[in-house]
Design a protein around this ligand. Structure first.
Ligand code: T4K
Length: 371
């Protein structure tokens, strides 16, 4: 049994497996710029994620930021999004010169409340950027219906939904673009990494140019691009991790089930839902602590866990619409459900190798906080 447990722990292949995978890179001296590992991983991910096309990038954030840019939305136009997310989602919008308009989340699965989208649409709205938070999928059908009605683009922050399927379709196949994160802390990692999934090949070409300095050909640079290419060592890590990801997800499932055995049904605790028609990936284990019923606050539970060497995180507190960098520009009382939940959510440790004995111990500490 571990004494110190962090909120997550990177999945890694056996040392020798990675060494064998990078041998070719070593021998060829080809380290980056869309080499063989990049191409191989790209092909394998198209099939694993069940998406029409994919491009690999340095991280999930650059996937979001450059995908938004490749959609060519009018500068200053409005993008409807949620504040119950990692900084990346909102920052990708703002860094593109676009205006985030915050929609509240629904209190059941913490994704965008689709009943509140239409009231936020103005003649300046150009896109909707919902987040499949914790691996819970948004109401993709209703969002597409609204987008079609008003002629809006849809770009999903799919950072948490690696391998998730809805009605047997890859979650990355919904919307105009879906962006995954392959960060070290995710269900599937390439150390740092990310990807954008799309069907429109013109979009794909624009995105590819944006991640590679705007270069079209050996002597043609016809766009102002960035550099967001995934390198070969990261792609090699992805190839190794992809071989084991199903097994990793199965182990995560066992951890989640053990948590549920202890915590589901306890007064004052709200669990992450099981969604209909969804193949889940068990990315995060958020718990909402309603202190009036449970008797202890989220912060008290977090402290009790920390005293025993157990790390938990307040994903996602504070809300992005309260960040200091926005100097009070947004009013979080406009997203009351997100505000309420962000003050009460705690994500508990979850990773493939977390032992069930440790889960028992974590739950015991939590239940001891109940008053
Ligand atoms: N959209 C959403 C909705 C996201 O959640 C994210 C990222 C993005 C977009 C952007 O994707 P990327 O550009 O990151 O690919 C972490 C991650 O850095 C971040 O990727 C993730 N979301 C966010 C939710 O969590 P921190 O600041 O909490 O990470 P950190 O360093 O505190 O690590 C958390 C725990 O993970 C540690 O306690 C131990 C473990 N860990 C960490 C690292 C760095 C490992 O086991 N290995 C490691 O290498 O942000």
């Amino acid at each position: 049994m571990n004494n110190s447990i962090l909120v997550t722990r990177s999945s890694m292949p056996e040392y020798q497996e990675y060494i064998d995978e990078i041998k070719e890179i070593w021998d060829s001296h080809w380290l980056t710029n869309m080499g063989v590992k990049h191409k191989e991983l790209q092909a394998e991910l198209v099939s694993y994620l069940k998406v029409p096309s994919i491009d690999l990038l340095t991280n999930g954030h650059m996937a979001l930021e450059l995908s938004l840019q490749a959609l060519h939305l009018p500068k200053g136009s409005e993008v409807i999004t949620t504040p119950f997310t990692f900084a990346s989602t909102t920052h990708a919008i703002v860094r593109n010169g676009l205006e985030p308009v915050f929609c509240d989340i629904n209190p059941v699965d913490f994704t965008m409340d689709v009943t509140k989208i239409e009231a936020l649409i103005t003649d300046k709205t150009s896109a909707i950027m919902p987040v499949h938070v914790y691996g819970n999928i948004c109401d993709v059908e209703e969002i597409q219906r609204i987008a079609d009605k008003y002629g809006l683009k849809v770009i999903y922050d799919a950072a948490h939904t690696f391998g998730v399927e809805y009605k047997k379709k890859g979650i990355g196949s919904f919307g105009d673009v879906s962006c995954f994160s392959f960060h070290a802390t995710k269900v599937f990692n390439t150390i740092e990494g990310g990807a954008a999934c799309f069907a429109d090949q013109d979009f794909g070409l624009d995105l590819y140019r944006l991640k590679n300095f705007g270069i079209r050909g050996p002597e043609t640079v016809d766009g102002v691009g960035a550099n967001a290419k995934m390198n070969e060592f990261c792609a090699a890590m992805g190839l190794c991790n992809l071989r084991h990801v199903d097994e990793e997800i199965a182990k995560r499932k066992a951890v989640v089930e053990r948590y549920m055995e202890h915590l589901d049904g306890v007064d004052g605790l709200q669990m992450n839902p099981i969604q209909k028609d969804v193949k889940p990936n068990y990315a995060y284990f958020p718990v909402i602590f309603e202190e009036n019923v449970f008797g202890a606050t989220r912060n008290e539970v977090m402290e009790a866990l920390a005293e025993q060497g157990i790390g938990s995180r307040k994903y996602f507190y504070p809300l992005t619409n309260t960040f200091d960098c926005f100097h009070g520009k947004y009013d979080p009382s406009q997203t009351p459900v997100a505000l309420h939940l962000s003050k009460r959510v705690l994500t508990l440790p979850l990773y493939a190798d977390l032992s069930l004995e440790d889960v028992n111990r974590i739950c015991k500490i939590i239940l001891n906080c109940k008053r």
